[in-house]
Design a protein around this ligand. Structure first.
Ligand code: UTP
Ligand code: MN
Length: 490
């Protein structure tokens, strides 16, 4: 990918400045917005300001005494006031005085109020849930941001019973082909995963974003009875159990599994006996099913990574190998091993995968493999998969004391070859979790007007890719606080 250098827009050192006189009164008398830049980042600030003005809102800077609605994100009321005071101090060159403090008529609001108002095309009445939380109160409610990529989500959290229940319903909806419904359950589960404490009562849900009526009912049931009748019924159902079994086979998606279920197939023995026309991939998935259903440990993943790296060096010295996926997020086990291969000199990586696969094959280390060339920038595709050169394989991991080649245990391995210029994006994309990635892309699109993929961050207005050499830079370009891999378990 040829990256076009971005000309960074020059901004006044003091931050965005709004010429109030030029701003006009706006379409809504009595409503003057001030957007707190802290927590938003310059890019999103500019984008939101533009949207608000286009919708007819009047925007003033922090120094203006006319401000009626202060809008902030990921911010307590105290933090917003402190930010305003600092801005007023620097704008006037003096210590903020009582006169410049926002009066009691000034509402301190969460960004959700502005986004909802923009959707409605008018300033909405302020509801309690719109107000910024006051942190000095007796019971501080954690302000949980709306997007999974704005939250820190550890691997281990205290609400597993609730999130397992919601994720069962998410999976069931996905099996039924209802992606929207599935996403609603996944989103609710993801919000609960970010809570530092166990959810004590249904009332606490009021402070949380994105928990719909159905989720609330399930949560209430689990809190009160220890389990949800609906969830238990799903878990017992033949449909759900069979779909779980079939979609757990390498190469089998929801559609194939649904067809097999409709044909009356229920077990692996049925599949083997009835012999539906299986793809080569599915045949391998069925043949090594038992090994592949056994979780891969971190030690096994690291051993495979090292083996691949050593073989890669024989072909292309300097090749870098990075273990990504769940292991990079701190998971002790996984369903596969995800490896990114790259080279410091862009272009050199193109000579790697073919010979590497041949070498691994010659040593009896590949039980199955399916390789694809890099197709980035070639034919358009509606697929959400990335276009890197890759080899999706089943490798044979030699067990200590085992015999010759082919006698080890089967492990699913993804080898992905990444040109250096796209490495930061591939690293971010392949680290997951899947929901974290989905939320990052949604955030980039909806909040920044940018298209994020495993290959880059595209600005459609300027028709260019915004370069980044680290994950930190990508978060910065999106105006997001950096979230380390261990806290991307959304
Ligand atoms: P995985 O499916 O391997 O999930 O995808 P995981 O988090 O490592 O979990 P386990 O332990 O193996 O089950 C890893 C990441 O790679 C991305 C996914 O979005 C996910 O975040 N990915 C996967 C891609 O970007 N492209 C792909 O073709 C496959
Ligand atoms: Mn994985």
């Amino acid at each position: 990918m040829a990256l076009v250098p971005v000309k960074r827009r020059r901004r006044a050192a003091a931050g965005p400045v709004l010429p109030e006189a030029a701003a006009g009164p706006g379409r809504f008398p009595g409503v003057v917005l001030c957007l707190v830049e802290r927590g938003l980042g310059a890019r999103r600030w500019a984008l939101l300001a533009e949207r608000a003005r286009a919708a007819g809102f009047c925007l003033h800077s922090a120094g203006s005494a006319a401000v009626t609605h202060v809008v902030a994100e990921q911010c307590s009321a105290e933090e917003a006031l402190a930010w305003l005071a600092r801005r007023r101090g620097s704008a006037t060159g003096s210590v903020p005085s009582a006169q410049t403090e926002p009066g009691t008529s000034t509402a301190l609001l969460d960004l959700s109020w502005l986004l909802e108002s923009l959707d409605a095309g008018r300033p909405l009445d302020v509801e309690p849930r719109h107000r910024l939380p006051v942190t000095s109160s007796e019971t501080p409610s954690p302000a949980v941001p709306a997007y999974g990529c704005q939250r820190r989500t550890p691997l281990v959290h205290p609400n597993g019973v609730l999130t397992d229940a919601l994720e069962t319903l998410a999976q069931d909806a996905a099996f039924g082909g209802d992606e929207r419904r599935s996403l609603a359950f996944t989103r609710a589960a993801s919000v609960l995963k970010a809570l530092p404490q166990r959810l004590g009562s249904i009332r606490e849900l009021a402070a949380l974003p994105g928990i719909g009526e159905h989720c609330r009912k399930v949560i209430q049931e689990v809190l009160e009875d220890g389990s949800s009748a609906e969830v238990e019924a799903v878990r017992r159902s033949e449909w759900y159990r069979t779909m779980q079994l079939f979609t757990g086979i390498f190469g089998v998606g929801t559609q194939t599994a649904t067809c097999w279920y409709r044909e009356g197939l229920r077990t692996l023995a049925d599949l083997r006996a009835a012999g539906p026309r299986l793809s080569r991939q599915q045949q391998a998935g069925l043949r090594y099913w038992e090994d592949l259903a056994t979780p891969v440990t971190l030690a096994e993943a690291e051993a495979i990574g090292e083996l691949v790296r050593a073989e890669a060096w024989r072909i292309l010295p300097g090749t870098t190998m990075t273990l990504v996926g769940g292991f990079r997020r701190g998971k002790p086990t996984g369903h596969d091993v995800d490896l990114l291969l790259s080279h410091p000199e862009e272009g050199k990586e193109r000579a790697l995968l073919g010979p590497l696969v041949t070498r691994l094959e010659q040593q009896g280390l590949l039980l199955y493999q399916q390789s694809q060339p890099n197709t980035f920038g070639l034919e358009p595709s509606s697929s959400t998969m990335d276009r890197f050169e890759h080899c999706f394989a089943i490798m044979c991991l030699a067990l200590p004391g085992a015999g010759g080649p082919g006698t080890g245990r089967a492990v699913r391995v993804d080898l992905v070859v990444v040109p250096r210029g796209q490495f930061a994006f591939a690293l971010l994309g392949w680290t997951g979790s899947r929901h974290f990635e989905r939320e990052l892309r949604r955030f980039a699109g909806r909040q920044c007007g940018l298209a994020l993929s495993n290959h880059g961050l595209y600005d459609p207005q300027r028709e260019m890719f915004l370069p980044a050499t680290s994950e930190e830079e990508i978060f910065q370009l999106l105006g997001l606080d950096y979230v380390p891999p261990a806290e991307r378990n959304a």
